[in-house]
Structure formats: C-alpha cells, structure tokens
Design a protein around this ligand. Structure first.
Ligand SMILES: Cc1cc2nc3c(=O)[nH]c(=O)nc-3n(C[C@H](O)[C@H](O)[C@H](O)COP(=O)(O)O)c2cc1C
Length: 419
C-alpha cells in the first residue's frame, strides 16, 4: 500500500524553481539547438527557400550526400573501460601548424547569400576557436577582408583553376601575400554538378525577385532586411555577369585542368598545398608521389558527381596505401562530433565541415557559427571520454567498425563463399 499525505507547501515551493527568461531572441534560439540538425531546422525557418536549398541540396538524386551521412551513422564504436581520462586533449598539429580541434571550416562559395555576415562570421568564429578557416575562390568576402578578420589565426585559400589561368594565379599570389598558409586546390569540378533544387527554384546569382520569392520572404523578414541593408552580394575576387550557379561555375571552371596545372601552382604558392576532391586510392598515392603536402578525400558534399564513392569508406584503404606520414583529410557528410572522432580513428589527420558551418551561419550569423563549433566540440570531447581516450593520438582503427549497407555486388558474392 502506498502511504499518502497532504502536500507539504515547503516541498512544493522547492520544486517551483523557474528559469530566468532569456530575452535575447537569438541566444534563446541558438541555446535551444543541441545538435547540428537542430541548427539546420532553425536555418530552414529563417532563410529564403532558394538560398537554403542551394546550401542544403546536392547534385541530382542527392545520393552521394545521403550515403555519406548514412556511412557516419553506421559507425559502431568500441570503448575501452576503466581507463581514467580526467581531461581530453582535442588539439592537433596539421600542415605545419596547430588547430585546437580536429576540424576546420571548408571553403564555400556565395557564403553571404546564406546570411549577410558570411565569411566574416566563419573566419571570426574560427579565430576564436583556434581552428583554420578556408576562403573559397567563389567567396563573397575578399582575401584581405578575411585576413583582417582573422589576423593571427590560420587562413587557408581554396583555388579553382579557371579557364582564364591568370585570374587563378593572381588570386594565389594575393592569398600568399596576405599570409594564408595553405592552398586547397579543388579538382572535382571539371563542370558543375546538376543541382536540381536550384533549377527548380529558378535560383540565380544575384537572387531575382519573383512572386514566389516574395511570398516566401514574408515569414523571413530579417534575412531580407540584412540583404537589402548591407553591401551588395557579389563575388569578392571575381567579376561575373550573373546567371544560375551552374552557368557561373561552368563559365569559371576548366575541364582541361591536369597535373601540369598542379606544377604551375606549386611554383607560385610558397605554402602548403593540398588537393581537394580526391576519390580513389590510386590518385591518393599518385599525389603523394607528386610531392603535394596532403589530400582531402571529398566528393564536394555530394554536389558534383552523384553516387560518387563515400569518402569515409575510402579512408582506411587510402591511409593504408599512402602510409602514416602523408596528410589525409576528409569531408562530406559530417554532422556530429562523433563523425569526426570516427574519421580520426580510421586514419584522418583532419576533417572539414561545410554545411554544419553554414547551418549555424543561417541560424544566427557569427553566434550561430560559434554554436556549431561548440556543439561539435562538446560531441568530440564526450565521444572521446566515452571511448576512454585522452588525446586524438590515442584513437585507433580498433575503436571503430564501419557497418555497411552498400556492399559491391561482386564482393558480396565472393564474401558469401568465404563465409
Ligand atoms: C553551399 C556550398 C558551397 C560550396 N562551395 C565550394 C567552393 O566554392 N569550393 C570548394 O572547393 N568546395 C565548395 N563546397 C564543398 C565544401 O568545401 C565541402 O567539400 C562540403 O561542403 C563538405 O560536405 P558537408 O557539407 O557535408 O560538410 C561547397 C559546399 C556547399 C555546401
């Protein structure tokens, strides 16, 4: 029998502890986001459909992106137990310099379109967190503007080698003069991928006002206020005539780039050089032998070739083939700090975040990017503690099993015989 009594007013009073209301709407909004997915939800609510879809979307059926995210979710971790780790060290040495966390911000084009603070928010948040920031060739803040925002931290520059080579060379020289320490040479865009959401939305740069955009703008007044009251949205380093994103990319990119271009860039660029968009073991080895400082296993966040290999699945094989001393970074699909821990365990020296950063930016400008970094930091630290490791160097392949849903048909057949 449960014994009952009259409620005790003193006990009741003790339960009635109300939280102080948060009157700062942005802070309240960002504090309520516990995951990158939560930031995505806020971003979607606050950003015009065409801009959100440009960021969130990928090429064709968006299978590359879906599969890459799935691959991270299909990780099984193997924790060690009774290994005291009172504190965890999340810092790494990457490409000759420090980073407080095992990730940096990936290059993204048109960033001020997502939210007017754009690259300044990204570079500022990266500086505060002690991680590298990468500026895209298609950035909407100048090389010098990023340097002014992050004067003491690490700035990296992403290069597209364009039809007009001299434009690319000039940008390379400018980034070097501004003290950027690493060049990411992107090689997975001989032509633009088919971003169907952009086509369906009639998305163009600069954005065009149609009846649809105006109706969509009504619940998103702040984005439009920012857009109309801040400097014009345009490429900071390139002059263009406008058009759809695909048209702009196709005009700028050159399907004939080759190893010869790499040699020319190598001559111009004094710092570290990494090739971004590597998608197989053979190219990884060839690039190592060609003397670059590192590679980024990436399929451009699924925005180029749909059904491309999943970078996270390639990682163990690539690491085995190139050896321990060659820098291997990875991106595409990272939505959680645990994804980053899994990548490091399987041999990545470093990771890059694209959309995770942009969801934060759209959710709340600079404070939103700070929130992205803080969510990922918390998840990395917690995952490391739960695994029983005190530093990233202690992570090893044995901590992770990659469960796979997608098995090559031929291998499945031969595996079946072995089993
Ligand atoms: C909106 C957007 C713009 C991008 N622009 C560029 C770019 O200009 N240059 C480039 O090398 N990669 C670009 N990327 C690819 C990212 O650098 C990165 O490879 C990708 O976002 C990683 O996948 P994730 O978004 O799942 O993190 C872009 C990605 C997004 C989402």
């Amino acid at each position: 029998m449960v014994q009952r009594q009259l409620p005790n007013p003193a006990e009741l009073l003790e339960l009635m502890k109300f939280k102080k209301p948060e009157f700062d709407g942005k802070k309240r909004r960002l504090d309520s986001a516990l995951t990158i997915d939560d930031l995505r939800t806020i971003a979607k609510r606050r950003t015009p459909k065409a801009a959100f879809d440009y960021t969130d979307g990928a090429a064709e059926g968006e299978l590359s992106l879906t599969r890459a995210r799935q691959a991270f979710q299909d990780v099984e971790f193997h924790p060690g137990i009774l290994r005291p780790a009172p504190s965890v060290d999340t810092s790494v040495e990457i490409l000759g310099g420090p980073s407080a966390l095992p990730f940096g911000i990936a290059p993204t084009g048109f960033t001020r379109l997502m939210q007017t603070e754009g690259e300044v928010a990204g570079a500022g948040a990266a500086a505060a967190a002690g991680i590298p920031f990468t500026l895209s060739t298609l950035g909407t803040t100048s090389i010098e503007g990023v340097k002014a925002t992050n004067p003491h931290g690490r700035n990296w520059f992403q290069l597209y080698v364009m039809r007009d080579r001299e434009i690319s060379y000039e940008l390379t020289r400018r980034a070097a003069a501004a003290g950027f320490d690493t060049l990411q040479f992107t090689v997975d865009t001989p032509v633009a991928g088919a971003r169907l959401r952009d086509k369906r939305n009639g998305f163009s740069i600069p954005p065009q006002l149609t009846l649809g955009t105006i109706i969509n703008a009504i619940p998103r007044p702040w984005w439009w206020y920012d857009f109309l009251t801040t400097p014009k949205l345009e490429f900071a380093s390139l002059s263009t005539t406008g058009g759809t994103v695909g048209e702009l990319l196709d005009a700028a990119m050159d399907p004939t780039i080759s190893y010869d271009d790499l040699a020319v860039i190598r001559d111009i660029w004094p710092g570290k050089i990494v090739i971004k968009g590597v998608q197989n073991v053979e190219d990884s080895v060839r690039l190592r032998d060609a003397g670059v400082d590192g590679i980024v296993l990436s399929n451009h966040g699924g925005r180029q070739l749909d059904r491309a290999p999943i970078p996270f699945h390639l990682l163990p094989e690539v690491r085995k083939a190139v050896g321990d001393d060659f820098t291997v970074m990875i991106d595409t699909g990272i939505m959680n700090g645990a994804d980053i821990v899994a990548a490091v365990a399987l041999g990545a020296d470093f990771t890059l975040i694209g959309r995770a950063y942009l969801y934060g930016l759209m959710a709340g400008g600079r404070a939103g990017v700070d929130r992205t970094i803080s969510i990922l930091r918390t998840e990395i630290e917690r995952t490391m503690r739960l695994l029983g490791v005190a530093s990233l160097a202690e992570l090893e392949p044995a901590h992770v099993t990659q469960l796979t849903r997608l098995v090559p048909v031929t291998r499945a057949a031969s595996d079946a015989v072995v089993r």
